[in-house]
Every structure is written in C-alpha cells, then in structure tokens.
Ligand binder design. Structure first.
Ligand SMILES: C[S@@+](CC[C@H](N)C(=O)[O-])C[C@H]1O[C@@H](n2cnc3c(N)ncnc32)[C@H](O)[C@@H]1O
Length: 255
C-alpha cells in the first residue's frame, strides 16, 4: 500500500469512536492510485489465466445465442478478452489506465487502431477487425452506442474495486447498458472486512439486492472457497475468502 492509500485507510477506520467494537476497514482508491498500480506493476489482481467463473458459467451468458457482444467494465488487461474473442464474440471493455490496454494488445500479439473519443474524454483502441474495442476512459463517462446491444456483462474485480460512495452510480451505469436480453455475471468477494481494507471490497448480499433488486432478477449461481488460490489472502491476515457469482437480468416488468 502507498503512503497516500495508507492515510486514507486510517481516516476511514479511526472515526468510529468505539475502540471495543471491531471496525470495518476500508481503503479508498483514486483514479491516480489505479494508474500508479499499473505503472508500478503492482497488479496482483491480474490473473494470467481465463477466469474460471467465466468459463464455467459462460453458457448462461450465451443463453442460447451463438455469438454475442460482451462488455467488461474496468477490464485491465484480462485474458478473458482474448478468450471471448477467440470464440468469435465481440468484446467491449473500459479501462482508465492506458498501460494495460496497450499491454493487452502487445502481449496477445494483436494489432490495434487508435481513435480519439471526445464524447467519453478518452481513446478507443480497437483490433483491426473491430471485434475488440477497449475504451481508455473513466467508466462513468462511457455510454452505449444506440445501435449496439450488450448481450453479456462480465464483472470480475470491477464492482468490488470501486469506492463505496459510487456504488449507486456504478449500478445505474450498468443498468443503462443492459437491455432485455443482457445477462450480467457479477463476481463478489465474501470476507471479514474488519481485517482487510480492500480493494477488493467485501460486498454484502443486501447491497446487490438494493442496487438491482427492483428492476432485475438476481440469482446466485456459484459460491466457493477460494482462499487457497492466492497467497495474498493469507498475507492480508484473512483466514477465509469466498467468492460469490450472481447472474442478473431484467425482470419482465422492466423490459
Ligand atoms: C482490480 S483491477 C481489475 C481489472 C480486471 N477487471 C481484471 O479482472 O483483471 C480494477 C481495474 O479498474 C480500473 N478502474 C478503476 N476505476 C476505474 C474507472 N472509474 N474507470 C475505468 N477503469 C477504472 C483500474 O485501473 C484497474 O485496472
């Protein structure tokens, strides 16, 4: 953790006034902090393998369709993009830091074309065939093109990475990208937030219900112990780490 991040963690934990109560820990991140994680190469969140949840539950996202457009919020340089692309799907990603976007194309050996996108205050990096479009901009600036349907959303280490005060804004943006057929796969982490300040942040089930329950069906499709998958969980002082996967789609009444 940098000194700046450390200061914000203390600020978040010192003001409860009750030294007997176990306090929730919480570290806020700015866009600069994320950029710095990439330039300093502190990217323990980046897995060089396809996310097992995406592979295991992809049929549910496909939902009977052959090729789809999948949106990856705050995508980093995840190899999930290439996995989807190799299967013939179209991928749209949004990522604030430019380094992972350039690294993605270089590491995957794919050529790209760059275009300014004034509307989003950013830059589009797209594969020469246009089937991978990675927008280098703030997620909250991104908007769906009217004639593009987003069929699936894969949210790994995105919602759990954002600061608590923008959760509502984040969910509103996701809902604005969804249409009747969109299958939104959301992965959250379940751990003791009095021990680790995040990110990734702990997300209670009630939060998902509050943010999406009115307009969407929410189904838990997986829950598993992932404590052994990364040494960082133990080094953060945790003794358990579980992962929950939700499938979220519009209710009939909202269509
Ligand atoms: C924990 S990483 C996860 C990256 C990727 N989803 C993965 O699974 O490897 C969170 C990412 O969100 C990006 N990010 C954070 N806030 C953002 C924002 N407001 N707009 C776009 N990207 C953002 C960070 O730069 C970082 O790459």
């Amino acid at each position: 953790m940098s000194n700046e991040e450390n200061k914000r963690e203390n600020a978040a934990t010192d003001n409860s006034g009750d030294s007997q109560t176990k306090k929730m820990k919480y570290t806020e991140y700015s866009l600069d902090d994320w950029n710095k994680r990439w330039t300093d190469n502190r990217i323990g969140f980046h897995d060089g393998v396809v996310n097992p949840n995406l592979e295991k539950h992809f049929e549910k996202m496909l939902n009977g369709r052959e090729t789809i457009t999948v949106f990856l919020p705050m995508c980093g340089k995840t190899v999930d993009i290439k996995w989807l692309y190799d299967k013939g799907h179209t991928v749209i990603g949004v990522e604030f830091a430019s380094k992972p976007i350039k690294d993605f194309f270089d590491e995957q050996g794919l050529a790209y074309i760059k275009e300014d996108v004034k509307e989003f205050n950013g830059t589009l990096y797209k594969s020469t065939d246009g089937r991978i479009k990675l927008y280098n901009c703030d997620f909250f600036e991104f908007k769906k093109n009217e004639d593009v349907e987003i069929d699936g959303i894969f949210d790994r280490a995105a919602f759990v990475a954002i600061n608590r005060d923008v959760r509502n804004k984040y969910a509103d943006k996701i809902k604005s990208l969804m249409s009747a057929g969109t299958q939104y796969m959301l992965v959250t982490m379940d751990y003791d937030e009095t021990i680790h300040p995040g990110p990734p942040h702990f997300v209670a089930e009630e939060v998902i219900e509050e943010l999406y329950g009115k307009e969407c069906n929410i189904k838990q499709i997986d829950y598993k112990d992932i404590f052994q998958t990364k040494p960082s969980y133990a080094s953060w002082g945790l003794t358990t780490m579980n992962e929950r996967v939700h499938l979220i789609n519009q209710k009939e009444s909202a269509k």
